[in-house]
Ligand binder design. Structure first.
Ligand code: T4K
Length: 380
């Protein structure tokens, strides 16, 4: 009896994942499927694609948007659209797709360290990394916290560089002057299953004007400008009607979903105030947040190392994640680059050792948030 109680205490049978998608009811989705079945239009810019592109642009407050099959192909295409080559300055502290998009274009990534508060590319360190081969900067709004867009723009303008934001985490985020997606030459969103807003798989490029959007639309459709004209070695990056249909439904509930995330974020922050040795990551210049992730930093004065804590969570069936460890620059295809050394990236190297992303998603119950907080609190 005693033994059974102890086992149940140690390993709660109910797993908690770092995230779960917020889906509409299947009943709501079926009429959309029926329309697709009836029309037999599955992809290649069908009616749902068109409607979703319109409504998404309105929701995000941006005029020109091109839907994609996922953000990775979006990033690859964004670099092609602006004819970026040579070297691109980027962050080592991101999901590996950020730098992979450069390698897919034969571009050399140049890693620059991150800011210790926002964990975004540190603008103060960008200029020293610029060479005659540099053509662009690819920052990431990490965890949905806006980069210092003004300083990055000023550097880019001074040196004649393009800026492509990896905005995979930044759906619906507003900085000081409206949508953070309106900054830079292009911004790329992800609608992956793990993101705040999902279309199963999906993504989008936010463009500055219709001319650029048109070119991007060619590039995501094999380079076809019309039935018989191919203007570039484009890729297949098109979003299907199924993904667009889910997007339309998601738009109806997204504000509520973000509000629910906000309540969880607040509960974590209140609970963590009393726990020594844990820092919350804080954004700056945020007018509207999306609460995409809840990263904490496990400082050396916390009673457990980050990895021991990670293991404790696993033992309790709680699937926290170490986003972003290892650093991109530590993976085999990058670690030989001169900019990939930990001496060049001391802040990123330190943060990658300390970070842990706690579960956050709209349907996560408050008692499960408390279960996470209880495990973090070593006082008892
Ligand atoms: N740039 C940045 C900065 C990014 O973070 C990402 C993607 C990209 C670019 C590229 O975007 P896409 O090309 O994917 O549109 C996940 C995602 O696969 C990846 O999309 C995301 N970043 C990255 C941060 O996280 P994993 O390997 O951690 O995912 P996974 O499968 O372990 O899922 C985590 C948890 O989410 C699961 O434990 C349970 C839950 N989950 C996941 C999936 C896929 C579900 O409940 N349902 C699902 O269908 O990479």
């Amino acid at each position: 009896m005693d033994y059974k109680v102890r086992v149940m205490d140690r390993r709660d049978p109910e797993p908690i994942y770092v995230t779960r998608p917020e889906l509409p009811s299947l009943e709501e989705f079926i009429p959309y499927l029926r329309k697709i079945w009836d029309s037999k239009v599955l992809t290649n810019g069908g009616p749902f694609h068109h409607q979703f592109e319109q409504e998404l642009g309105e929701y995000l407050g941006v005029k020109h948007i091109a839907l994609f099959t996922n953000a990775t192909i979006g990033l690859v295409t964004a670099l092609q659209a602006l004819r970026i080559s040579g070297e691109v300055i980027t962050t080592p502290y991101s999901f590996v797709a950020t730098a992979h998009s450069l390698l897919w274009n034969g571009i050399k990534p140049v890693f620059v360290d991150i800011d210790p508060t926002t964990l975004n590319l540190d603008p103060a360190k960008i200029e020293a990394a610029i060479t005659p081969q540099t053509t662009a900067i690819m920052p990431v709004h990490c965890y949905g916290h806006p980069c210092d867009v003004e300083r990055i723009r000023s550097i880019a303008d001074t040196y004649g560089l393009k800026v492509i934001y990896d905005a995979a985490h930044a759906f619906g985020v507003d900085a000081d002057n409206g949508s953070v997606l309106a900054h830079g030459d292009l911004s790329v969103l992800s609608f992956h299953a793990t993101k705040v807003f999902t279309t199963f798989e999906g993504g989008a490029i936010v463009c500055p004007d219709e001319k650029t959007r048109k070119r991007i639309n060619y590039l995501k459709n094999f380079g076809f400008a019309d039935e018989v004209t191919v203007v570039a070695p484009g890729i297949n990056g098109k979003m299907s009607e199924f993904n667009a249909a889910l997007g339309l439904l998601q738009l109806q509930e997204i504000d509520l979903a973000i509000a629910k995330r906000g309540a969880i974020d607040a509960r974590y922050r209140a609970g963590l105030k009393h726990i020594e040795g844990i820092d919350c990551v804080q954004g700056t210049h945020e007018r509207r947040r999306n609460f995409a992730y809840f990263p904490i930093l496990v400082r050396p004065d916390y009673p457990l190392s980050r990895d021991a804590l990670f293991q404790e969570f696993r033992d309790q069936n709680i699937y926290v994640r170490r986003y972003f460890y290892p650093l991109i620059s530590d993976f085999p295809m990058y670690r030989g680059l001169p900019s990939a050394t930990h001496e060049n990236l001391p802040v990123a190297a330190k943060m990658a050792q300390q970070v842990l992303c706690l579960p956050i998603y709209p349907s996560l119950p408050a008692d499960q948030v408390d279960r996470v907080l209880n495990l973090l609190d070593r006082r008892s």
